[in-house]
Design a protein around this ligand. Structure first.
Ligand code: ADP
Length: 398
C-alpha cells in the first residue's frame, strides 16, 4: 500500500509518500507560507525536483499541488492519485478523547475540534488539512495519528498534577505529553535492534530538538514523560523555559502587570537557551560561543545538560532498572559532546559509551561501551513511518 503522510501547520503542509512494501519514501516535500505568498518544494529519489515560489492561497490549493506533483508525467512517482491507498495525518493533541490512532469519521473530526482548546496552535490547522485532503482525495480513506496517545498509558500518579481534582475533572487539566509518535518509534526500533520484545525492556528515550522531551518506557508503554498539559513543561528547550516554579507567573504579573498570556508567550517563545545565552536558540551557535568563553552561552549549555541528566536520573529511579537509552531528534542525533557528557555523568548507573562510535551524526548506531550495564543507541526518529504504519494497519482492518 502507498500512503501519503500529511503534517499540517497553520501556514505549512509537510508531506511524504511512502511505499509500505519496503517502507521507502517515494517523494516528500513542504508547502509553506500558505495564505501568505506561497513556497513549495518537491523531492524524489533523484533529489530536489523543484523549490519555488508558487501561489498558495489556502491549504486546499497546496494539497492539490502536492497531488499534481506526485502524479506529474515527468517527475511524478505515481501515475494516478488512486494509487494512494490512504492518507495519514499527524495530530498534535489527542487530549482526553483519543487513546489510539483512528480512521477519520465525523465523530473523530468533532473530537479533534473539541480538543482545539487544549491544542490551540496545532489542532485547528490539522482539521483544515484533513478537510483539504478529503476534497482533493474524496475516495481515499484517512487516518489520524496523535502525538499524545503513546502517553495515555501513564499511571495516575504520573498523569495527574497534585492540585484539587476538580481541575482535572471539569477542565481536563492533566499531563498529556508530546512527541509520542517519536518516542514510540525509537522505543520500538531500539527493541528491534536489541532483538528483544518491547514488553521485556525498560527504555529511556530522549527526544532532544528545538522542543525536547524525555520518556520512561516500561515494557513498551509510556510510564512517565517530561512534557505536561502543554509542551512547555520539562527540559530547558530552544525558546521554552521548561519546568519552573509556577508562582514565577503570578510574581511577574504582580511586579510588572504583564498579562498572563504575555507571560506564557515569553516563557514559550523568548526563554530557554535563547534567553539564557542571549545569542541563539540553536545549540550549535551556543556551543561555538561557549567554546569562545561566552559565560552566558556556557550557562545555557550547562542548563541543557543538567536538565537532560535530571530527567534521565529521575526516570531511572522511577523505572528501577534501565535496559537501554536512546538519543534522537536534532540535538540527540547530532550533538556528540552532549551525548558524551551525559553518558559520562551516568557512569554511576553503569553507563559507558564507545567514544569512537559516538563520533557520528544522524545515523542509527549502537554506541554502547564495553561492559556497560545499559545499552545506548542513537536512533534517527521517523514519525512519518510510524504514522504510515498505523494508517496502513487501520485501513487494512476496516
Ligand atoms: P524541531 O524540534 O524543530 O524538530 P530538531 O529536531 O530539528 O528541532 O532539532 C533542532 C536542534 O538540533 C537545534 O538546537 C540544533 O542546534 C540542533 N542540532 C542540529 N545539528 C546539530 C549539531 N551538529 N550539533 C549540535 N546540535 C545540532
Amino acid at each position: 500500500m502507498i500512503i501519503l503522510v500529511v503534517n499540517t501547520g497553520s501556514s505549512s503542509l509537510k508531506y511524504q509518500l511512502i511505499d509500505m512494501k519496503d517502507e521507502s519514501v517515494l517523494a516528500k516535500g513542504l508547502c509553506e507560507r500558505i495564505g501568505i505568498d506561497g513556497h513549495m518544494n518537491y523531492k524524489t529519489d533523484e533529489g530536489m525536483v523543484f523549490d519555488k515560489d508558487i501561489a498558495l492561497p489556502d491549504h486546499g490549493v497546496a494539497m492539490q499541488l502536492v497531488i499534481d506533483a506526485l502524479t506529474d508525467k515527468e517527475h511524478g512517482v505515481i501515475s494516478d492519485m488512486d494509487e494512494i491507498g490512504a492518507v495519514g495525518h499527524r495530530i498534535v493533541q489527542g487530549g482526553y478523547l483519543f487513546d489510539k490512532s483512528e480512521i477519520i469519521t465525523d465523530e473523530v473530526e468533532a473530537g479533534i475540534e473539541e480538543l482545539c482548546t487544549l491544542g490551540p496552535l496545532h489542532n485547528p490547522p490539522a482539521l483544515v488539512g484533513i478537510r483539504a485532503c478529503k476534497k482533493v482525495l474524496p475516495n481515499t480513506p484517512g487516518a489520524v495519528v496523535f502525538d499524545t496517545t503513546f502517553h495515555r498509558t501513564m499511571p495516575d500518579e504520573c498523569k495527574y498534577y497534585a492540585i484539587p481534582w476538580e481541575y482535572a475533572e471539569k477542565y481536563h487539566v492533566q499531563r498529556y505529553g508530546a512527541h509520542g509518535t517519536s518516542h514510540r518509534y525509537v522505543a520500538q526500533r531500539c527493541a528491534e535492534l536489541m532483538g528483544k520484545n518491547p514488553e521485556d525492556l525498560n527504555i529511556i528515550t530522549c527526544h532532544l530538538g528545538n522542543g525536547s522531551s524525555i520518556t520512561a518506557v516500561k515494557g513498551g508503554k509510556c510510564y512517565d514523560t517530561s512534557m505536561g498539559l502543554t509542551p512547555l513543561e520539562g527540559l530547558v528547550m530552544g525558546t521554552r523555559c521548561g519546568s519552573i516554579d509556577p508562582t514565577v507567573v503570578s510574581f511577574i504579573y504582580e511586579q510588572t502587570g504583564m498579562p498572563v498570556k504575555e507571560i506564557t508567550d515569553m516563557m514559550t517563545k523568548k526563554s530557554g537557551l535563547l534567553a539564557v545565552s542571549e545569542i541563539s536558540a540553536d545549540c550549535r551557535d551556543i556551543c561555538d560561543a561557549a567554546d569562545k568563553g561566552n559565560r552566558k552561552a556556557q550557562i545555557a549549555r550547562e542548563m541543557l545538560l543538567r536538565s537532560v541528566k535530571r530527567f534521565i536520573g529521575a526516570y531511572a529511579a522511577e523505572l528501577g532498572h534501565v535496559d537501554a537509552m536512546v538519543f534522537t531528534a536534532g540535538i540527540g542525533e547530532n550533538d556528540i559532546d552532549l551525548r558524551e557528557k551525559v553518558c559520562d555523568y551516568l557512569g554511576f548507573m553503569g553507563v559507558t559509551i564507545d567514544k569512537e562510535k559516538n563520533d557520528c551524526r544522524g545515523q542509527e548506531v549502537d554506541i554502547t561501551g564495553e561492559g556497560s550495564k545499559v545499552r545506548v543507541f542513537i536512533i534517527p526518529t521517523n514519525e512519518e513511518l510510524m504514522i504510515a504504519k498505523d494508517t496502513q494497519a487501520l485501513v487494512e482492518s476496516m
